[in-house]
Design a protein around this ligand. Structure first.
Ligand code: 4NP
Length: 158
């Protein structure tokens, strides 16, 4: 099984949203036996918490239920457990890079690497309002599709 870990700062807004969107795409493609998903935060503040209510609201308005997800902190061992570790922004990427080693199994990438976005980062919506959360979803939905497409072509052929 190929495993994908989505990572942001708090693991209550962007990365659980990315996980839930990607999980829905995986299910829709009937690939749930081949691709596993998880998410984590580089920070420890929200460990054990469900996704932010605003993120859940944005998700539900698009038919996605992520109420089952709980925050955890990213750790060094994730680099041996996952095939892809997907950072939401540059700061997440740099923090994760410091946790990796040369022998790491995981490929560290940015969420928007795979879609044709002019944006490079998924901006932190935590201090914003619903429009910021909806914008995060507008970025994540095509990016999740593009990542799945990439994996179908590069990781699932055989
Ligand atoms: P996230 O958003 O990284 O997308 O989950 C944040 C959530 C909480 C905090 C920062 C960002 N915080 O500082 O508590």
């Amino acid at each position: 099984m190929k495993k994908v870990l989505f990572v942001c700062l708090g693991n209550i807004c962007r990365s659980p949203s990315a996980e839930a969107i990607f999980r829905a795409e995986v299910l829709n493609a009937g690939l749930e036996e081949k691709i596993g998903t998880d998410s984590a935060g580089t920070g420890a503040w929200h460990i054990g918490n469900p996704p932010d209510g605003r993120a859940q609201q944005a998700a539900l308005s698009r038919g996605i239920d992520m109420s089952d997800l709980r925050a955890r902190q990213a750790e060094k061992a994730d680099f041996d457990r996952f095939d892809y570790i997907v950072a939401m922004d540059r700061s997440n990427y740099e923090n994760l890079k410091r946790m990796s080693s040369r022998e790491s199994r995981a490929k560290l990438v940015m969420m928007l690497d795979f879609s044709n976005e002019t944006e490079e980062e998924v901006p932190d919506p935590y201090y914003g309002d619903m429009s910021d959360y909806n914008y995060v979803f507008d970025l994540l939905q095509p990016a999740a599709k593009a990542l799945l497409d990439h994996m179908c072509k590069n990781d699932l052929n055989g």
